[in-house]
Design a binder for this molecule. Structure first.
Ligand SMILES: *[C@@H]1O[C@H](CO)[C@@H](O)[C@H](O)[C@H]1NC(C)=O
Ligand SMILES: *[C@@H]1O[C@H](CO)[C@@H](O)[C@H](O)[C@H]1NC(C)=O
Ligand SMILES: *[C@@H]1O[C@H](CO)[C@@H](O)[C@H](O)[C@H]1NC(C)=O
Length: 322
């Protein structure tokens, strides 16, 4: 009896040790090397390309599933329009294409959380259905849509018939987390993500990972070669020229709206279409426990007085997905 019990105790201890090791294995190890005096890292599946950004905490460490659920608490209620579509895992998987480039991994924990709130603030505002069904407040309804509900046209621009020809029968209405419209935007996003979105724009409304990937790609990529990306102006990678300063284009959240929506919402004073995006950003900062003051002074938040980046090219029309 005594011997048997002893064996079981030992077996039990061994099993516990195994579990502890498995848990350690899940906690991704940071591998480090130095190239030309620069420290580079990888961090498991989430940040797996050698880069200085992968030395910092990964997104899933600073932004966890309960926070995603808090931000998008109404998305699976019966009146929502994409029930069961959006989830945390799709978001995190989508970020793995961009974390080594600095998305959500730049500048330390506070900047990381601010960038996630800013990016998702744009997403929440563009996918909200909170204006007719405002239980929980209008800001609780982000990720309600994953597509434009009643498109009035097929968004095929023949000007791009050589580079991004429309596929017969395909419609390029708004889809995704930062809705993409028009054949040329589907074409460009598809090129970048190596998915044939020109022939299959519907993939975006069928696959939440892809929908988030396309949105993060838009955030990370300049629309014009001469312009910074929304990411760059937000995290401080961009230095305004004299012209930028004269045109009141200051680095910060306001400039991200300027880059993404241009003169459709910027330089028009304090209009609702702009304020609703700012409100989502601030609401998400609140939910993440980041003080609104950390978003900087009013002129950084808004683009009310900014002249559009030149030439103004709104990538995503400001119309909502409803
Ligand atoms: C990583 O985080 C630290 C602060 O924790 C920050 O100073 C540094 O700039 C970050 N690295 C990069 C590449 O942004
Ligand atoms: C969704 O898209 C991602 C990214 O392109 C891809 O890896 C994945 O296989 C897709 N999922 C399905 C079910 O097609
Ligand atoms: C600065 O702005 C002026 C007036 O809008 C324009 O003519 C000039 O080309 C700009 N300079 C640069 C370097 O963009």
């Amino acid at each position: 009896m005594g011997i048997k019990r002893g064996v079981f105790v030992i077996l039990g201890l061994l099993m516990m040790a195994n579990l502890a090791m498995a848990a350690d294995g899940d906690d991704e190890k940071i591998l480090t090397k130095t190239v030309k005096g620069k420290k580079l890292c990888t961090q498991g599946w989430e940040c797996r390309v050698w880069s200085t950004y992968c030395c910092n905490e990964t997104i899933s460490k600073v932004f966890q599933v309960y926070q995603f659920e808090d931000l998008f608490s109404k998305r699976n209620t019966p009146v929502a329009k994409a029930v069961g579509f959006w989830d945390y895992q799709s978001f995190i998987i989508a970020t793995t294409l961009f974390q080594h480039l600095g998305f959500g991994t730049t500048g330390g924990k506070l900047m990381q959380m601010k960038e996630i709130a800013a990016f998702l603030g744009h997403v929440g505002a563009k996918t909200s259905c909170g204006y007719g069904v405002a239980t929980g407040g209008p800001l609780a309804w982000g990720l309600c849509y994953n597509r434009e509900m009643s498109p009035m046209q097929s968004y095929c621009d023949d000007y791009y018939k050589l580079t991004y020809p429309c596929s017969p029968g395909a419609d390029y209405y708004g889809r995704g987390a930062l809705p993409i419209y028009w054949n040329y935007n589907y074409g460009a996003a598809g090129d970048a993500l190596k998915v044939n979105l020109l022939e299959h724009p519907e993939y975006i409304e069928q696959n939440a990972t892809l929908a988030f990937q396309a949105a993060i790609w838009r955030w990370m990529t300049p629309i014009k070669k001469s312009q910074p990306s929304a990411h760059d102006v937000f995290v401080g990678n961009w230095k305004p020229t004299k012209n930028d300063t004269l045109s009141k284009r200051t680095p910060g959240f306001g400039a991200t709206m300027n880059l993404l929506y241009g003169d459709s919402i910027c330089g028009k004073g304090d209009i609702d279409e702009m304020n609703v995006i700012i409100s989502h950003y601030q609401y998400y900062l609140d939910l993440l426990g980041v003080s609104r003051e950390q978003a900087g002074p009013h002129e950084m938040l808004t683009c009310a007085e900014q002249e559009p980046f030149n030439p103004p090219t709104p990538a995503v029309p400001a119309q909502s997905s409803s």
